[in-house]
Write a protein that binds this ligand. Sequence first.
Ligand code: TXA
Ligand code: MG
Length: 542
Amino acid sequence: MNTLLLGTSEEDINLAASFIKEGGVVGMPTETVYGLAANALDEEAVKRIFEAKGRPSDNPLIVHISDFEEIERFNLVSEVPRVAKLLADAFWPGPLTIIMPKSDNVPEITTGGLSTVAVRFPADKNAQRLIKAAGCPLAAPSANLSGSPSPTTANHVYSDMKGKIPAIIDGGECKVGLESTVVSIKDGVVTVLRPGGITAEDLMSVYERVEVCDAVLNKLKEGETALSPGMKYKHYSPNARVCLVKGSDRSFRDFVNKQDGSKTVALCYEEDKEHITIPTIVMGSKADLEAQAHNLFADLRHIDELEGVTCAYVRCPEAEGLGMAVLNRLIRAAGFEVINLEADDFKIIGLTGQSGAGKSTVSEVFEKLGAVVINADELAHAALKTEECKENLRLAFGGGIFDENGEVIRKALARAAFCSKENTEKLNRCTHPVIIELAKNEFDYYKRAGEKAVVFDAPTLFESGLNRLCSVVVSVIADKDLRAQRIMERDSLSFEDAYLRLNAQNDDKFYTEKSRYVIENNGTAEELIKKAEELSKELFDE
Ligand code: TXA
Ligand code: MG
């Protein structure tokens, strides 16, 4: 079959309409993406759409109209729900598809055997003209081969449909670039089945009860049925492997720069480009979601046009506003493959050092500058109150270290544990696993709260293995005599007791070898504060 590329003159629109009247399929521009249009009420015509697209027959089509009144005139639905009317008034013509109970007039093939029909009134003038000229509602899925990125130019349609359909109307680039938002209405709740140009926030501005279907951003579980059949298929995929990468600007750039540039492309923001050393496809400026949506499908098609490229790493947008629609398409193009670099973005800064070295002062400086400080001593106290820890201690040290309420008597425990190295290690084996769990919970809490970093103040950071949870470690050290003097004053210790305690601790080398940053505190308190402030700039600013 010869495929005509038509313009938008009266004559061309009428020619396209005549193909449709004869039961044919035509490439139709809309403001979202190009559609493959045929008479929605003609079974044979609709069958041809499925054939041209290679689409599974249980995936229903959207029925396009050019006037709200046509719902009734073409007898498409058994009723127009009240909420559907409200949404239509607010967003039609436009990129919103509303699922309604179907009438018997609409053939089952159009709705994939469902008892509902999806209706959309597109804003694109040429689409409206074609519907009017054809004189029937037009069933139209996106005009791509099933599974491929949707077409946003007539050329995209041509490359997928050449020889399969008689004509394509070239209406230029699609404005929105992503398919319409599909919603269902049930028990007064509007559910977004597929996010698109009308965002969930837009819907909420005219109607309160809006929900987003789980399957929009999550893979369907085994055996789960899709509310919108289109959501169960891998979709929008280029041939190259597509993989979403979640993380900060810096972590994304570092990650892609480590990849092989002869096989890999980075789909990134305009702001990333100058920092990336492998080939890039720019999706738009970081804050310009409209541009990202508009370019998305062309960008995905572009990947396969790059010589030798077998893998694309794509920046992962936030699921807000139009970002949700972009993410919904990308995550399907990626077959749900997401690399999460966010763990690298959340910094746990370990802070340790010997008694009297000045660790607490540094911790106070960080806290004053706004950092969250988590204190390991406090976690150790909390650990002693957990059943797990108590059970461990009872087995290790017997019942003598508990009071009548079953709480640990800390002095008794200290006596039992610190009398020998062996017993100290025993104590550590009882408490450290619990402390580590508590620490992880704290870190998770602050990470979820959106903190970029926490300081973890722990005197025995290395000895407990808690350093392994940290991204970097800062050690504070000082000359032994100075430390002795400080703890004598601070804790009212005798000279002998002070040295006894310090002798049990590790030397400077132990700390300097294991730490990324070392603060030497052999001067005044002011000097120490200044050093801590200097370091904080490096630690907390990206
Ligand atoms: O923007 C658009 O909607 C484009 C242009 C051409 O209008 N069309 C489009 O159609 O994207 P298509 O077939 O690629 O996607 C239609 C989506 C599918 O996910 C399908 O499963 C869902 O809408 N759908 C259609 N009828 C439905 C129904 N009765 N119930 C639930 N989902 C339905
Ligand atoms: Mg589609």
